[in-house]
Design a protein around this ligand. Structure first.
Ligand code: TXA
Ligand code: MG
Length: 325
């Protein structure tokens, strides 16, 4: 069994040392928990893929403590990307940029670009600083779930997902619940104009306002080299089938904002008061449905141009099974 440790100073030192020695450390971020490895260590990164059960042509995001370290990993940074980083880092934003020599094929899945992010979470920040003080250059971390499953938003979720696959020298850092609850916004910054590949906590409106131009979104392009796009469309799935339309029968699960009444006999999973709370509690609700062996979950999509866009993106991907099977 791997170790579960609170995020105090001595545990963070241990965790940084474990990473440097080639072990894996699952750690909290404001979006979801990540499964971290030294981003320059090919053997450690290979274990991330093995533990996740993820195809190796899916690239990993490199986490760094500050924008000052960005140039280790990337080159040819357009002005708009510097603006984005200055405004939204630390925060739920991943920038895809042309890679430097440091970003090897085992991180990028063979692509010429790499995703980089500065997370906004005190535990993640201290872990990165400790790791960097040992000479570490970045922590490669996908969400700490098995491939195509729901991302973990607490240390308990990580244990549920991965304890069978982690080994004794790996560590899970417990830093409480992730406050955003959905994965970072990913913006492709390799062209003359930015392109949103995955909506998240940094919204299209926020980016548009900052850059003073309209921004395109193409959510089919994350992991550009993945040959079977259907796989990506069915991401973020619990065991339960998710339905975006229709009425639940008694015993089915139900997710909606608190202002929406529960249909008769349905099991109310969450009643978030606003879209941010919806995002924060959604994945926990999906996991709870699986624990309760609820097989169908009906969802009322939230509205708005804020994090509702990301919620709708994840829910449509989670609903893929119920539509196509
Ligand atoms: O919030 C997050 O981004 C979390 C936390 C842990 O930072 N990480 C996360 O990583 O969600 P992951 O690997 O579960 O999802 C990242 C997505 C994947 O679909 C991957 O294929 C895509 O981003 N991605 C990563 N690097 C990319 C690149 N260079 N080009 C295109 N897509 C990329
Ligand atoms: Mg993921």
């Amino acid at each position: 069994m791997n170790r579960v440790l609170k995020c105090n100073e001595s545990n963070l030192k241990d965790a940084a040392g474990a990473l440097k020695a080639g072990n894996l450390v699952a750690f909290p971020t404001e979006t979801v928990y990540g499964l971290g490895a030294d981003a320059t260590n090919q053997v450690a990164v290979a274990r991330v893929y093995e533990v996740k059960g993820r195809p190796t042509d899916h690239p990993l995001i490199v986490h760094i403590s500050s924008i000052n370290r960005l140039e280790n990993w990337v080159r040819d940074i357009p002005d708009y990307a510097i603006k984005l980083a200055n405004s939204f880092w630390p925060g739920p934003l991943t920038l895809i940029l042309p890679r430097s020599k440091l970003a090897k094929d085992f991180i990028t899945g063979g692509q010429e670009n790499v995703g980089v992010r500065v997370p906004n979470n005190p535990c993640a920040f201290s872990l990165l600083e400790e790791f960097e003080s040992l000479g570490g250059l970045g922590i490669a971390a996908p969400s700490a779930n098995r491939f195509s499953k729901v991302s973990p938003t607490s240390a308990e979720d990580v244990i549920d997902e991965l304890s069978l696959y982690l080994s004794v020298n790996d560590i899970v850092l417990d830093g409480g619940r992730s406050i955003v609850g959905l994965e970072s916004t990913i913006i492709d910054c390799t062209k003359s104009r930015p392109l949103i590949l995955r909506p998240g906590g940094i919204t299209n409106t926020m980016v548009t306002e900052l850059l003073g131009q309209t921004i395109d979104t193409n959510t089919k392009h994350t992991g550009a080299r993945v040959k079977a796009p259907g796989l990506l469309e069915s991401h973020y799935s619990p065991n339960a089938k998710i339905f975006l339309t229709g009425t639940p029968a008694p015993g089915d699960g139900f997710i909606a904002l608190s202002k929406v009444a529960t249909p008769s006999g349905a099991i109310r999973l969450i009643s978030p008061r606003d879209n941010n709370e919806y995002a924060r509690s959604l994945y926990g609700a999906m996991r709870f449905a699986d624990t309760m062996k609820i097989t169908k979950v009906y969802v009322c999509l939230p509205e708005g141009d804020d994090i509702a866009v990301a919620i709708c993106d994840r829910l449509s991907k989670a609903a893929f099974k119920s539509i196509h099977e």
